[in-house]
Design a protein around this ligand. Structure first.
Ligand code: SAM
Length: 307
């Protein structure tokens, strides 16, 4: 067994460590839903992290030896992952999103939004306006979406907004880590749009809390390590999304686009607004419930949002 003391002193390669780690994860109650969806990928991340190797290391590292103190660190992390069922990014203190490394801790949810794909695709084929100059990340958490936008769109002014001070503090840390200046990236505390100035955005990206009350209760333990404010949003999971739909038009340019994520709650959203033909984005990397809605559509269905 990987966890026996005896093995501490035996030399073992990274490849062997990954296999043993994977086996232990597979036979545990650990749930994989925070940036990985299987035991093998988590084992690779864990072993590379304790070996202080980059996450995108190639096969050539598999034969390197894991030193005994690194084995001890691995055992300790694996123990916490399995017995405390903490998401791996919280244990490692970092997470990857849109090809960038972010600081990650329990001040905010673990980054995993499929919106990364749209950022990397230049918001195509959904955004038809002029080159975007102002983009809003509403419900920014630790800042992954807005900061990735700022990184990949150097001509853009980006605002990051969240209601939670802790999440905003992590956004500040990540802004500094990615060397994105205050001049171009503002970090603002606001309840939805309530405390924003009258800026009009070309694109509003939002990954609000959207888990419905029933689903929240039955979620694996890993999710309960995340801030409740980041997951729950009323009985049908759509309290905040409804208020975003009702106000987004006032904060979009004429050719602006709202891009929102509602995960499994997409069915509730369709039920709530049966006359609105939502456009759902198919994400190649998986993930469901991403919709796009132009300013024109928000205007067209404005009566629906007021119900
Ligand atoms: C699902 S998390 C998304 C975090 C981040 N954008 C990401 O993708 O990892 C939702 C975020 O919405 C924030 N939030 C909840 N209610 C809010 C509100 N009324 N106004 C602004 N932000 C809110 C939470 O604090 C949390 O950080």
């Amino acid at each position: 067994m990987f966890s026996s003391n005896h093995e501490t002193t035996n030399p073992i390669t990274l490849g062997e460590a990954i296999e043993r780690c994977c086996k232990e994860l597979e036979t545990s109650d650990a749930f994989f839903g925070h940036g990985t969806d299987n035991a093998w990928d988590e084992a690779v991340q864990l072993v590379l992290a304790v070996a202080r190797l980059p996450a995108n290391s190639g096969q050539e590292v598999l034969q390197s030896e894991l030193r005994s103190e690194q084995q001890a660190e691995l055992r300790a992390l694996l123990h916490r992952r399995i017995h405390e069922q903490l998401p791996l990014p919280y244990l490692l203190g970092r997470a990857w999103f849109a090809g960038l490394e972010f600081l990650c801790d329990q001040r905010a949810i673990v980054p995993r939004s499929p919106l990364a794909e749209l950022i990397l695709n230049g918001f195509q084929p959904w955004y038809f306006g002029p080159e975007p100059r102002r983009i809003l990340d509403l419900c920014c958490g630790g800042g992954c979406i807005g900061l990735a936008v700022a990184h990949y769109y150097p001509n853009c002014q980006v605002d990051l907004v969240d209601i939670d001070r802790d999440a905003l503090a992590l956004s500040h840390d990540n802004r500094e880590r990615l060397d994105l200046g205050e001049g171009r990236v503002r970090i603002i505390q606001s309840d939805g749009f309530a405390d924003l100035d009258n800026t009009r955005y070309d694109i509003i990206l939002t990954n609000p809390p959207y888990v419905d009350a029933l689903e929240l209760e039955s979620m694996p333990r890993e999710y309960h390590a995340e801030p409740a404010l980041a997951l729950a949003s009323g009985a049908d999971g759509l309290d905040l999304t409804r208020s975003i739909l009702a106000s987004a038009l006032d904060f979009l340019s004429e050719t602006g686009l709202l891009i929102g994520e509602v995960g499994h709650s997409w069915r509730n959203l369709e039920r709530r607004y049966p006359t609105v033909p939502f456009t759902w984005v198919e994400c190649e990397g998986g993930g469901e419930g991403v919709f796009v809605m132009s300013a024109e559509e928000l205007q067209k269905y404005s009566d629906c949002w007021q119900d």
